[in-house]
Design a protein around this ligand. Structure first.
Ligand SMILES: [Zn+2]
Ligand SMILES: [Zn+2]
Length: 257
């Protein structure tokens, strides 16, 4: 069995907790160490019992709490070398550090973690699939578009953490400066509700049990809009998949798969 909970998701902080029989990991820790600890404790998980911290890219909303959690709880950090250097001022001194590369799987306990390259405005951005051999989770946030590689990596997942960053019309009509709008809409930006819905339609299969809608923009999206975009896809399918909207302010529903 795998247990998954999105501790936070959004531009103010991202972190995903995943537990298997022999591993407990965080993918990203973009809140303060204190806030991550509180959210873990609300799941009855002590940070000392984590096996590893794994980093997707150097943006502060993914890295902010990594250094302090690693030092205070003696947790190893898995990261790519370019991301490690780009994030060094936030990470400060951490050890041990394990470098990985996109496309090369590594193990933490009984979990196999496969990093895959994503299209985003960071030095070496990756997303991950995580599997214990029976259950496979797929993460896809902070990406400007879903390439063939993304689609191939995310096939046959039992749960997906999928970016529904913005509603295109809200973004276009909103108050963000034009260059920022262009950055978000670009292939190095973030997935819109429509793009996520299209990706989900492509990836859906009968054993997809949970979809977490992640990294919603506060200014350019609404939970109802994200939900209805993907619900339109799922309603036509024969098997009911649970949808959970994630927030940066509170933990998501837990899925035990
Ligand atoms: Zn982010
Ligand atoms: Zn980012």
């Amino acid at each position: 069995m795998i247990r998954v909970c999105v501790l936070a998701s959004g531009s103010k902080g991202n972190s995903v907790f995943i537990e298997s029989e022999r591993a407990r990991i965080l993918i990203d820790a973009g809140l303060s160490g204190k806030e991550i600890r509180l959210r873990l404790l609300s799941l009855n998980v002590h940070p000392d019992d984590l096996s590893a911290l794994i980093v997707s890219h150097e943006h502060a909303d993914h890295v902010k709490g990594i250094g302090v959690l690693s030092r205070q709880h003696e947790l190893p950090v898995y990261i790519t070398e370019p991301t490690y250097h780009a994030a060094s001022s936030m990470l400060k001194h951490i050890e041990p550090v394990h470098f990985f590369r996109d496309g090369v799987s590594f193990k933490v306990g009984d979990l196999t973690i496969r990093p895959y390259a994503s299209s985003h405005d960071a030095v070496d951005p990756v997303n991950f699939t995580v599997s214990n051999g029976n259950i496979k989770l797929g993460l896809a946030t902070d990406l400007g578009f879903a390439s063939a590689l993304v689609r191939n990596c995310l096939r046959n997942c039992h749960a997906l953490i999928l970016e529904t960053n913005h509603d295109r019309e809200m973004l276009r009509a909103g108050t963000y400066p034009e260059p920022l709008k262009q950055r978000i809409l670009s292939r190095l930006g973030h997935l819109s509700n429509d793009q996520a819905a299209e990706l989900l339609a492509d990836l859906h299969h009968l054993d997809l049990r949970h979809v977490f809608l992640a990294h919603l923009s506060e200014a350019n999206n609404l939970p109802d809009k994200a939900m209805s975009a993907v619900d339109g896809v799922l309603r036509a399918k024969p098997v009911r998949t649970a949808i959970h909207v994630c927030s940066q302010y509170r933990i998501s529903a837990e899925a035990c798969i």
